[in-house]
Design a protein around this ligand. Structure first.
Ligand code: URA
Length: 178
């Protein structure tokens, strides 16, 4: 993991996001031996400032979701498909994903989690290389790089649609049982 972080570098210029206002590269955070890894889309404004994934409002909800299955944030690993903030939180573009996703794959291959939770439609589609939306993808368990991949809704979506927390709880019970 440290070698991957070093190779990515703190001043990565591989994609155009380095010219679009990102403050820093947000590599990932947590336990390098985690059994459970969360993968989301890209850093937001708070993450860009602090250099740590999921530290804003959505992050506080993610922390609660982790604690709801009896774990702590420090027990898991949290990363994004792309490591720099897209301007205005637009979706990452295909060329940005293409340049960056290899670093996520190396994170996964080094941590070797038992379970990967893909947070939100963008992460689920990017990992599973499909155009199916999260509403179609969730509810099933996928084999992914030696892990069980469970797609669920993004915490930022839950902040807008709290009625879907029930679905996320169903997904997290599967995570806990594995
Ligand atoms: N949303 C994401 O997709 N990733 C973060 O790190 C924070 C918010």
């Amino acid at each position: 993991l440290a070698a991957t972080r070093a190779e990515l570098g703190a001043d990565c210029t591989r994609c155009k996001l380095h010219t679009q206002g990102r403050k820093q590269v947000v590599f990932g955070v947590g336990n390098p031996d985690a059994d459970l890894m969360f993968v989301a889309e890209a850093p937001g404004a708070d993450e860009d400032i602090q250099g740590i994934p999921f530290v804003g409002r959505a992050g506080q909800l993610l922390t609660k979701i982790i604690e709801a299955i009896g774990l702590k944030r420090d027990d898991v690993y949290i990363a994004n498909v792309i490591k720099c903030r897209p301007p205005g939180n637009r979706n990452p573009e295909p060329d940005e994903v293409a340049e960056c996703e290899g670093f996520l794959f190396r994170q996964i291959d080094s941590i070797k989690p038992k379970v990967i939770v893909a947070l939100g439609t963008f992460a689920a589609k990017a990992l599973l290389k499909t155009q199916d939306p999260i509403s179609r993808l969730r509810g099933r368990i996928y084999e992914y790089r030696g892990a069980k991949l469970i797609p669920t809704f993004h915490p930022a979506f839950l902040l807008r649609s709290p009625d879907r927390k029930r679905d996320v709880w169903e997904d997290m019970k599967k995570v806990r049982s594995i």
